[in-house]
Write a protein that binds this ligand. Structure first.
Ligand SMILES: C[S@@+](CC[C@H](N)C(=O)[O-])C[C@H]1O[C@@H](n2cnc3c(N)ncnc32)[C@H](O)[C@@H]1O
Length: 444
């Protein structure tokens, strides 16, 4: 394969002195196609992934300065159930980012930024798979989102399972290839004098870098290794500690809806983006529940992730390749919390849904259809524990606030639960970002 010429932002000129078009150097000046109107006003309390809360709603209106007739650009989109949303993490606060980050699920341990969904990355671009509820003129109505109000959106693309899910990828028959994570031992004559072990092939094929460090023992080939063995290996190397997970925990780990979520229809499960992992997770859930617990990163440590046995993908029953995730994502320590509402908070919510105190005329919810729906959304957000690792460890007894739709929620966290204390009308309406401020230059 031909190497890609390095033409960074500081070398826009060709050897002959011509200036290369910026697209060729990878520098683009983006112009948001619209600014998201979201039920979440701030980062606090916004789900970490779209799968956390199926009631989280948003609307995106295509701007007229992108297309004179925004509705033309959305023609045909209504035929899709899900869309990819590419957006800018405009509220990151700073442009800097680190090569290693501490994702909340790792409870303080570090891993490479590109193996996470951290908002703090070289180009502050987010990618969310949202449910497309409705296309209305030049606007799209979405649910299951994890972006805050005012988020500049760069693009919408339809989710197409045939293209976007490894389950649906076709492969050359009977051949080893790097995409399918299958190990086929090389003969000596093939090996070129270099050691290309199962582990290397596995590494090249897997989504996540999870090297073995032992050179003495040739690791089992992916298809030989059971997930139980993977777990054992991880347990040995990462000095994990065990906690008994709840069912919902696994769902959140893998970006799944909770099974108790009544909005999850069979059709969505079937065609949805996480269908593959769902069957996968059910099996793992059972295994996980059978044994005593899951792995956890060392509590309170800021250690780097220890090398661990990859979760090696096998294949689905019909022979399609699985996707692979690292053990820390499915065995992470963050548990699903039980969510309670005080009688006072229940009352607040009912009042809010009915338009506020009698005579005050407070507008009811803008995004939720009922107080019941708002309650479910609050439950979903809190059960996934939205606190940062810092807050979880050092400010455990502090009150936690967040705003969803017109509800300003006050709660506190105890051992394994979150309790909603008050729900008041949000005092400040969310202000839209000035579009001019949101022009983002990428790659410079
Ligand atoms: C972990 S990111 C994941 C986003 C996306 N699903 C992805 O994988 O790229 C989601 C978190 O980003 C934060 N966030 C959402 N919108 C943001 C914005 N416009 N600017 C900065 N941070 C944002 C919220 O705290 C939210 O919990």
């Amino acid at each position: 394969m031909r190497g890609v010429e390095e033409a960074g932002p500081h070398s826009p000129a060709t050897p002959c002195g011509c200036v290369k078009p910026t697209l060729e150097t990878g520098n683009i000046l983006t112009e948001p196609i619209g600014y998201l109107e979201s039920c979440f006003s701030a980062k606090n309390g916004t789900p970490r992934q779209p799968s956390v809360c199926s009631y989280s709603r948003a609307c995106l209106r295509i701007r007229k300065n992108i297309f004179n007739n925004p509705e033309h650009s959305l023609m045909g989109l209504e035929q899709f159930s899900h869309v990819w949303i590419l957006f800018v993490f405009h509220k990151n606060g700073h442009l800097s980012c680190k090569a290693k980050v501490q994702p909340p699920r790792l409870n303080g341990a570090k891993t490479g930024v590109f193996s996470t969904r951290s908002p703090h990355r070289p180009n502050a671009i987010g990618l969310t798979l949202a449910k497309l509820d409705k296309v209305e003129g030049g606007a799209v109505h979405l649910s299951g989102i994890d972006m805050i109000h005012g988020t500049p959106v760069l693009d919408i693309k339809p989710y197409i399972a045939d293209y976007d899910s490894p389950q649906n990828m076709t492969e050359p028959p009977g051949d080893f290839n790097l995409q399918n994570n299958q190990y086929k031992p090389k003969t000596d004559s093939q090996s070129d004098g270099k050691t290309e072990s199962c582990e290397q092939q596995q590494l090249s094929g897997c989504d996540e870098p999870q090297p073995y460090h032992s050179t003495k023992e040739r690791p089992k080939c992916p298809e030989d290794r059971t997930s139980e063995e993977n777990y054992q290996k991880h347990k040995d190397t990462a000095k994990i500690h065990q906690t008994l997970p709840k069912r919902g925990d696994i769902a959140v780990d893998l970006g799944l809806e909770s099974r108790s979520d009544p909005s999850l229809s069979v059709a969505e499960e079937h065609i949805g983006p996480y269908g593959l992992e769902k069957s996968f997770s059910t099996e793992r859930t059972e295994k996980k529940l059978r044994r005593e617990g899951g792995a956890a990163a060392p509590q309170g440590s800021s250690a780097e992730m220890q090398p661990m046995a990859p979760h090696c993908p096998a294949r689905t029953a019909d022979g399609a390749p699985h996707s692979t995730v690292p053990v820390w994502l499915r065995e992470a320590p963050a548990a699903t919390l039980e969510v309670r509402f005080t009688p006072h908070a229940e009352m607040d919510l009912t009042q809010l849904g009915s338009g506020g105190e009698p005579g005050v005329g407070q507008a009811p919810f803008k995004y939720f259809q009922s107080a019941e729906e708002a309650k479910r959304a609050i439950e979903a957000v809190l059960s996934a524990d939205p606190r940062s690792v810092y807050r979880r460890k050092l400010c455990q007894d502090r009150l936690f606030y967040f705003t969803v739709d017109v509800a300003h929620v006050t709660c506190w966290f105890g051992d394994g639960f979150a309790e909603v204390l008050r729900i008041k009308p949000a005092s400040e309406p969310v202000r839209m970002t000035n579009p001019v401020e949101s022009l983002v230059s990428l790659g410079s």
